[in-house]
Design a protein around this ligand. Sequence first.
Ligand SMILES: [Fe+2]
Length: 252
Amino acid sequence: MSELRHIQQESSEVTKRALQLSDELRSRVEQLGLFETVQHAQENGFSYIRDPVSIEFNDRLREVALKIFAAKRGTNMLLDKDPIFEEVVLNPKLQTIVELMVGKDALLSQYTLSVRDKGARALPLHADQNWTPAPFPVHNQLVTFCWACDEFTKAGGATMVVPKSHINRRHPAPQEVKLAQGAVAVECPAGSVPFWDGSVWHGNWPRTIDGKRVVLHITFTRAYLRQLENYRYLDDAWFQDRPSEIRVMLGR
Ligand SMILES: [Fe+2]
């Protein structure tokens, strides 16, 4: 075996072990029928939650998302924009995968939606752990869910992903972005929720068919980087005459 193959295999084993389940989590995974989902995530760095909700719920969610998009009042920070968004992040299957991927008490980092029409362009390959320098830690730092309100197909502009690319534990180099070697379409029926860890190389295929692709993008991160002390009680007036660095260091 070449040295590179050996290193890759070792890295693969280590990253797989990093996703091992506690007894409590394992029984929840089994109860919710998520065993195959978890296995696929362990092997490939991405996976799918199948049927987390009824198709009626998914259709209602799609309608709400389209209304918010049409109102042009911002497509991010969805949590308090409609009660349905709370139901989504509290979904037991989604919460179980959050714990698997980024541990207990994980933090909701981003909650946005996108609507892509025919002609929507491709998004180049990248890993989501933008603030983490290489080599990425063995333990995954963040998980991204794409709630597919519409069917994901390659022609429909599905996410593209390079299976097992998380074992590289780095961002793709420019040439790797260009070639997108090994990239596959994340195809699934409407109402499914593909997800991937922060190290996996992924992007988007362009949309070449009619209709809209409505997606919720939900990211959770590990809790350990949260501040031990928080200054949330400080209001805007307190910050007014202070340097911007103070805002930045307090996450404002
Ligand atoms: Fe991404």
